[in-house]
Design a protein around this ligand. Structure first.
Ligand SMILES: C[S@@+](CC[C@H](N)C(=O)[O-])C[C@H]1O[C@@H](n2cnc3c(N)ncnc32)[C@H](O)[C@@H]1O
Length: 517
């Protein structure tokens, strides 16, 4: 298939405006990075970056990168979760949701995680982010990206949106629906967006988007707000979708898309794309290719009712305390060793965590190096032993975390996110901090990415230091600032991962799957 249907449709809708609106300022797809407030400010990033960046018109934390040779995935700041590589117009939607610390926020179509990373940054570690992805393999990528970005308060789900709506009605203060769409704004970025495109795909995506929006409506609390976005230009998925939703849901009103921010971008919606239904198109937003991004559509929808009062920062509400108590009860029942696999974690997730722990263990102890007194292969720590080992480890390396609620889950120690028992397919609900392997507490990568700045022992590198590449490539390196024992390796103060210092050398504990090749 070519873009024949698309061009025919758009020329009919836009007339003479077609060529100007679809004339992109550059030949190649626009590229950018979005800086995470969990790590730094946009201003500090712009001053530190060793590659040319220009502020993005679409997002205060976004930057346009014009250097075609720049490889964002290889940059140390990417590995340290300082930025997320994101097409500039894709960064526009999440900030418009007006997320504040303490809210319960749901990202229903979240993988690979660009917008979830922005929502997590807006939460600033307080409140709850539930990031859901329907496609299992993509949900694993989402989990890994949120881990890299140092997000500690996320629940990652791999679920159907209807099942989430049934389990958590009116639970969320904010919902983002970045719908699976026909991807007309991806034509330059992904060849497959062109080859798969056809009229039937547009109709199929419009139907799926409508279902997801109905589920989002049920998930939103009274007075809650929702952003609906697509990276397509198709009327049925954009203005027409929103107009039809409002006709089905009188409890919702269309709000000005910029109501929660003090800037603007793009153009108003198009009146001849509503399918004949009423819609104030001045309130929705389109980003056309001529405006510097690949293309996006955004609408903001507000549910009738009074929003809940947000809890005081740092305090658990009575219901959150109940959820944590339930998680602690479950933790006590965990069988050591070959217990039943925990329901709340996927087989893939458990396998990758075990593999990671095995690699770490081998690197610490040597492949054959079992010490006298170690338990045999079939035995492992009881939940109480695991928690005691964590507390001993935390007291030395992460005293700020020692008093946090901790539970044992699937053989590892988890700093749980307060979340009700729902029966949903949870891939991660908090931060796995480590597990006891042959009598020793072995920390997990997520502990360092989420809390590395609070580690008492740090190997502090700078961008110019060649040891950064050594570390990200999995090589051992000389220690200069860290003392013997576990350490967090940082670049310009941002956490990259863990290491273990002995005799002036840092043994590398950067996960194999993330290393530079
Ligand atoms: C536009 S992408 C999301 C991009 C993401 N928000 C980000 O910023 O990185 C839409 C996502 O919806 C997912 N999806 C596919 N089918 C779905 C369904 N039935 N329900 C919910 N999401 C679905 C796709 O796998 C895809 O990851």
């Amino acid at each position: 298939m070519s873009t024949e249907y698309f061009e025919h449709r758009e020329r009919a809708l836009l007339g003479e405006r077609y060529d100007a609106l679809y004339a992109a300022p550059s030949e190649s797809a626009a590229r950018g990075v979005t800086v995470s407030a969990l790590r730094t400010t946009p201003e500090a990033f712009a001053a530190q970056a060793d590659f040319p960046v220009e502020p993005s018109p679409f997002c205060r934390a976004g930057f346009v990168v014009k250097d075609a040779a720049f490889k964002p995935g290889r940059h140390p700041y990417h590995h340290a979760g300082v930025f997320y590589s994101q097409e500039p117009s894709a960064s526009s939607a999440a900030p418009l949701l007006g997320v504040r610390p303490g809210m319960r926020v749901l990202d229903l179509c979240a993988a690979p995680g660009g917008k979830s990373s922005q929502l997590a940054a807006a939460l600033g570690g307080q409140g709850l982010l539930v990031s859901n992805e329907f496609v299992a393999a993509r949900a694993e990528v989402l989990k890994s990206n949120l881990e890299r970005m140092g997000v500690a308060n996320a629940v990652v789900l791999n679920e159907d949106t209807g099942r989430i709506a049934a389990a958590l009605p009116e639970f969320f203060d904010r919902v983002l629906v970045d719908a699976p769409c026909s991807g007309e704004g991806m034509f330059r970025k992904e060849a497959v967006a062109v080859t798969q495109h056809c009229e039937a795909l547009v109709k199929q995506c419009a139907e799926l988007g409508a279902q997801i929006l109905d589920n989002a409506a049920a998930l939103l609390a009274p007075g809650g707000e929702m952003i609906y976005s697509t990276c397509t230009f198709a009327p049925e998925e954009d203005e027409g979708q929103v107009a039809a939703f409002l006709a089905r849901h009188p409890e919702f009103a269309l709000a000005d898309v910029f109501g929660r921010v003090d800037y603007s971008f793009g153009s108003a919606g198009e009146a001849n794309r509503t399918g004949g239904l009423p819609l104030d198109v001045s309130k929705v937003r389109r980003i056309w290719p001529c405006q510097g991004g690949e293309g996006h559509f955004i609408a903001r929808l507000v549910k009738a009712g009074t929003p809940r009062t947000l809890p005081a920062p740092g305090e658990y509400t009575p219901e959150e305390q109940l959820w944590l108590a339930a998680a602690a009860e479950q933790s006590k029942k965990q069988k050591p060793g070959k217990g039943k696999p925990a329901r709340a974690e996927s087989r893939d997730a458990r396998a990758s965590r075990r593999e990671n722990a095995r690699v770490l263990r081998e690197e610490v102890q040597g492949k054959r190096g079992r010490r006298a007194g170690d338990s045999g292969a079939g035995e492992s720590a009881s939940p109480a032993q695991s928690l005691a080992a964590w507390h001993e480890f935390a007291a030395r390396y992460f005293p700020a975390l020692a008093d946090r609620p901790a539970v044992v889950h699937g053989g590892g120690v988890l700093l749980p996110v307060p979340f009700p028992q729902t029966g949903l397919h949870v891939l991660r609900a908090g931060v796995f901090v480590g597990s006891v392997q042959k009598g020793r507490f072995i920390p997990e990568h997520h502990l360092f990415t989420a809390f590395g700045a609070r580690c008492t022992n740090r190997e502090e590198l700078t961008l110019a230091d060649p040891r950064v590449t050594d570390y990200l490539s999995g090589r051992e390196m000389a220690a200069s600032t860290a003392a013997d024992g576990w350490c967090c390796v940082t670049v310009d103060g941002y956490p990259l991962g863990g290491g273990k210092v002995s005799a002036g050398r840092v043994k590398n504990h950067y996960p194999k799957a993330l290393r530079l090749l």
